[in-house]
Design a protein around this ligand. Sequence first.
Ligand code: TRP
Ligand code: ZN
Length: 484
Amino acid sequence: MKLFSKRNLLLLSALSVGWTVAQTSLPATPPQVAAPAETLNDPIFPGLGQAGLDVRHYDLSLTVERPGTPEFYGSVTLTLASTRPLGEIRLDFLGPTVNAVRWNGMGVPFRTDAALQKLIATLPAPLVPGQEARLTVVYGGRPGVVLDPGFSTPLQLGWQSVPAADGRAGANFTLSEPNGTHTFLPSNDHPSDKASFTTRVTVPEGFTAAASGVEGPVTTGSGTRTFTFTQTRPIPTYALGIHVNRFDRVTAPAVPVGVNGSPVARRDYFPVGTPGNVRAVYDRTERALRVLSEWFGPYPFAAYGVALVTPRLPALETATLSTIPPNLATERTAVHELAHQWFGNDLSPATWADVWLSEGFATYAELLWAEALGENGQAVAARWYDGQVRGGTRPLVATREAQLFDRSAYQRGALALHALRAAVGDDAFRAFLRAHVARFSGGTLGTADFLAFSRTQTGERGEAALRMWVESPTLPALPVMAGR
Ligand code: TRP
Ligand code: ZN
């Protein structure tokens, strides 16, 4: 796992509702409103999300007046739809003070509930399927605190503040997986509700903002600059990356590995003062994009690069702009986070129990990269196997929060893919990876979807190899590729 290096850190999908023709054809009957407290019932985080809510787009404007302090203010307008009538909107939120909530431009009553971590707005009339609406939240102050207990040092998720020190500028950034985004953004904070994003960040002159997506024009105010980013392709909320720092923004030639050979823009953000040897880790990003897109198919987004941060933290695959701390400025981590752009950001887990699908594929990419450099992939797999033998193992579907990012999610998850490859051979494995990406690109999938699809592509043999690694309470035998 791409975490505090050298330490053994153990560290629903569209709810189709029975909305019948009879109901829609009886306009006199008020729509039946779902029980207000219905969440998405995630097996790991049962409180997250609102059943029936579909956020299509977040249009976010933030102002950070003093980078490095936690405070910011701003507003967000969500474009919403629903798959069942909703009388109130219950967003995940544990953020700054809410000053106003507007529904299609009109003020509506709202309340926040810190225990539930919700912002609840009462609607003048229910939002019904087929409608689209805009919900605006105006807010500001200090973000909330959500801790990730899965890491050995409890990690504060969401909005991060790095005070200025030793001649270093103050900085802010997001680091939100799995449930930290709602510390700074009122949201349907669950990967089954992916959305597009427009992110506008206003910072003092001399500072640079970066965020997931493609950068638009920079505008200047009195002593401020406003940066705008458009993330057109839907991503899960946790994958939204935002950074404020004194940055060198370094561009490189676009790489033609997008859909139909379209160019993928390249830009990296290095905090001013980042040494050359650290920057050099990212010199081979173009090559990594080419190697991984050979295995996985076209790169899904319009841009890629990294934003480096200064505290020692885990690395995160924030969309189009991976967030990397200095302790993990290694090529292996770089490739892992790049692979997450396909697996995690473009193909997202249906529930948190399925997150091994993201981590297993991203970890397997490390082996594929090692092979591209002429190293022995089988030896990489054997080391992972050793880790499972010595550190313990578990079936891949997580049953509690502490398992989400444990060694089994990463390395047993990767070994499952290695088992498939060993069972069907390189050509069929590559064909499977590309078909799988094409099938689920832009959407979400669970473990059962993955196994069912593997059967259609690789037959009983492939599916059985995977299923044993997914389900067995014990450790299956080390898969060995023929002739290696
Ligand atoms: N997905 C990250 C990776 O493997 C790991 C991770 C999980 C993480 N939760 C996090 C990183 C929270 C930073 C913050 O690449
Ligand atoms: Zn990962």
